[in-house]
Design a protein around this ligand. Structure first.
Ligand SMILES: *[C@@H]1O[C@H](CO)[C@@H](O)[C@H](O)[C@H]1NC(C)=O
Ligand SMILES: *[C@@H]1O[C@H](CO)[C@@H](O)[C@H](O)[C@H]1NC(C)=O
Length: 286
């Protein structure tokens, strides 16, 4: 603690910035350039484990009539699922696509993945396509708290992913309010005895901002968010940092405007929301 405080006092924000600029021997190349030459900076996640990781997709389209207010059929979601599958397969992920799962099945799927040994993997990706509301995602039989799913991958519960990036993408209406209560990890498997907060290294990318916005889906093309995410990953995954890519996704989605015969639903906008607990930059490997 003393050392940290001392650093904090000595290195103001400006000095820290200067230091990182001179990190690459005075050449102020973008980090992507220094990655080209094979230099791994500690400021980016190590993405060269033998495997890049697993991508779990849960695609819920048909809902039990008994769900509250009978949740509507989600047309266009299969286009999203196929698009996501292709995009992450191209990036090298082992993709596992699951259609129409109940809450219990969703928990079981993710629990099994969280129990696996990810020591040889660089990262983990989960994409949930469903109906949602504040902090909730719908199984085909009803709502489930998002944090029950994401919590399975906390640093203290899934040690082989501790310190590695865990990316969650939610295409749903208003999924928000994840609890981010910080606890400290006991000890991660990897070398360092450094403690990391259990909620660290998560990224939650929501299709829409926290409150009051719809998340739009084109019934033939899929949702604006997933279409934009796939397009931006396809165009930029090999050169831009993840947050830069997601900023481009925000802009792309913001360009859309809804078309509907119903005036209340016409000409509406959407903006995604990125909640990052990542501690490093993330460059997908070439
Ligand atoms: C990780 O890779 C090594 C070397 O290829 C292999 O021996 C080991 O079984 C792998 N571990 C897991 C959990 O897959
Ligand atoms: C859905 O996307 C197609 C192709 O971009 C477009 O022609 C169509 O107008 C869109 N439908 C709606 C309702 O926005």
């Amino acid at each position: 603690i003393m050392a940290n405080m001392k650093d904090g006092l000595q290195l103001g924000q400006d000095e820290a910035d200067t230091k990182s600029l001179f990190g690459s021997q005075g050449k102020s190349l973008p980090v992507s350039k220094s990655m080209d030459s094979g230099i791994q900076s500690d400021e980016s996640y190590k993405m060269d484990y033998p495997e890049i990781g697993i991508c779990i997709i849960i695609n819920n389209k048909n809902f039990h009539p008994a769900t509250a207010k009978g949740m509507a059929f989600r047309s266009g979601t299969d286009a999203d699922a196929a698009h996501i599958r292709d995009t992450f397969m191209t990036l090298g992920y082992k993709v596992n696509l699951n259609n129409d799962r109940t809450c219990k099945q969703m928990v079981d799927i993710l629990q099994n993945v969280a129990k696996d040994d990810h020591s040889n993997q660089s990262s983990f990706v989960c994409v949930l396509l469903s109906h949602g509301e504040d902090g909730l995602i719908y199984g085909t039989d009803g709502p489930l708290e998002l944090k029950i799913l994401t919590g399975l991958f906390r640093g203290d519960r899934c040690k082989s992913l501790a310190g590695k990036p865990k990316l969650f993408f939610f295409q749903a209406c208003r999924g928000t309010e994840l609890d981010s209560g910080i606890e400290t990890d006991s000890r991660s498997e990897e070398s360092t005895c450094q403690k990391i907060p259990v909620e660290a290294d998560f990224l939650y990318a929501y299709s829409t901002a926290p409150v009051g916005y719809y998340s739009w889906r084109n019934s033939s093309e899929g949702s604006w968010f997933i279409q934009s995410l796939c397009l931006m990953l396809k165009q930029h995954a090999k050169k831009l940092e993840l947050m830069q890519i997601l900023t481009r996704v925000n802009r792309k989605v913001a360009e859309y405007s809804s078309y509907s015969n119903h005036p209340d639903f016409h000409a509406k906008k959407q903006i995604p929301c990125i909640v990052s607990m990542l501690t490093k930059e993330l460059y997908f490997p070439h």
